[in-house]
Ligand binder design. Structure first.
Ligand SMILES: Nc1ncnc2c1ncn2[C@@H]1O[C@H](COP(=O)(O)OP(=O)(O)OP(=O)(O)O)[C@@H](O)[C@H]1O
Ligand code: SF4
Ligand SMILES: [Mg+2]
Length: 327
């Protein structure tokens, strides 16, 4: 049984097709990075998984239990299995509560014995590298990095099987980003929770993730083991995203140029027909304008890609080497 199974997930906001049919699994104790440019729907996927949003379609299973349509009351027993950490620790912590109340709240919602709570809160704070005395402070008295540690402590206090971390370090001062990232990596290894790690930071993906899922305009274009995605990305969009990341082989590095995708992401209200990426793909062919490429398995570890030009063995165009190819 997987920690998370998402099948054909759809989330529309009126005419906005923010998420349009995503299938994704996270095995127990593993980290899946969800990447893709701004507006591609990553946070919306995260919010559906923790049921801050009720999906328009598809299913979300947490540790085997279908939570897609549960109402508030029936959701409660499943809440402790999943937590979320947001990008902005200032906005996600209630300023009227003390740190101790914030961190202990999930336990109170679970109706844990009142006298157990302070000890568990102290332990949770210690685990994220904060002194237990911090419990008596207000969130605004802490630094950004400390506040994000508080949100992590709160997210993990109920010992969830799955953590959704939505750009957990990108709002922080550069000088503390690495420390918070290291903390997350250590906690994940020690506590063994599964994690959906949403990020723009490709070096963080290389450091933390077991698998990578690449999102474009509400859909996944490629997913698979991290080494395969970084070593031999098959989808032109993945190649373009990774083209900015340096590679160890100097000859290969010289042969590559960052792929500039030019114009912005098309609107999620009226996505392009056929392959959604065809309006920006440097190697698009006529078929791409009309025929939707379905995800296909192209290799070990569930490496999947949705592109007409990728062969069954994963070979195909490399847009990093084919600059200026006319469409
Ligand atoms: N509550 C909402 N109502 C209407 N549209 C929304 C809502 N939430 C998100 N959207 C739209 O859905 C699309 C996906 O947004 P989302 O925030 O999931 O993207 P993202 O990949 O997380 O972007 P970023 O990297 O900037 O955080 C965008 O077009 C966004 O404007
Ligand atoms: S299907 Fe066509 S447009 Fe889409 S990524 Fe592949 S080559 Fe490019
Ligand atoms: Mg987001």
């Amino acid at each position: 049984m997987d920690a998370l199974e998402v099948e054909d997930l759809v989330m529309h906001f009126g005419p906005v097709r923010a998420v349009d049919g995503i299938t994704l699994r996270i095995r127990e104790g593993t980290v899946v990075a969800l990447v893709g440019e701004s507006g591609s729907g990553k946070s919306t996927v995260g919010r559906c998984i923790v049921r801050l949003l009720e999906p328009t379609g598809g299913t979300v299973r947490l540790a085997g239990a279908d939570i897609t349509r549960l109402d508030r009351r029936r959701l409660r027993p499943h809440r402790r299995n999943v937590s979320i950490v947001f990008q902005d620790p200032a906005g996600s912590l209630d300023p009227r509560l003390s740190v101790g109340d914030i961190v202990g709240e999930p336990l109170r919602l679970q109706k844990k014995a009142r006298k157990e709570v302070p000890e568990k809160v102290a332990e949770a704070l210690r685990r994220v590298g904060l002194r237990p005395e911090v419990a008596h402070r207000a969130p605004h008295e802490l630094s950004g990095g400390q506040r994000q540690r508080v949100s992590i402590a709160r997210a993990l206090i109920s010992e969830p099987r799955l953590l959704v971390a939505d750009e957990p370090t990108s709002a922080l001062d550069v000088s503390v980003q690495a420390a918070v990232l290291n903390l997350l990596a250590d906690l994940q290894r020690d506590l063994g929770f599964a994690c959906l790690f949403i990020t723009h930071d490709l070096s963080a993906v290389e450091y933390l993730a077991d698998e990578v899922a690449v999102m474009y305009l509400g859909q996944l274009v490629e997913q698979g083991p991290r080494r395969r995605i970084f070593g031999s990305p098959a989808h032109p969009y993945t190649q373009a995203l990774l083209s900015a990341a340096p590679v160890p082989d100097p000859a290969e590095q010289r042969a590559r140029r960052p792929v500039l995708l030019g114009d912005d992401l098309p609107s999620a209200i009226d996505p392009p027909p056929g392959c959604r990426f065809h309006t920006r793909c440097p190697v698009a062919v006529e078929t791409c304008r009309t025929v939707v490429p379905e995800p296909r398995t192209i290799g070990e570890g569930g490496h999947q890609v949705a592109c007409h030009l990728v062969n069954d063995d994963g070979t195909g165009p490399d847009v990093r080497l084919t600059q200026g190819v006319a469409r």
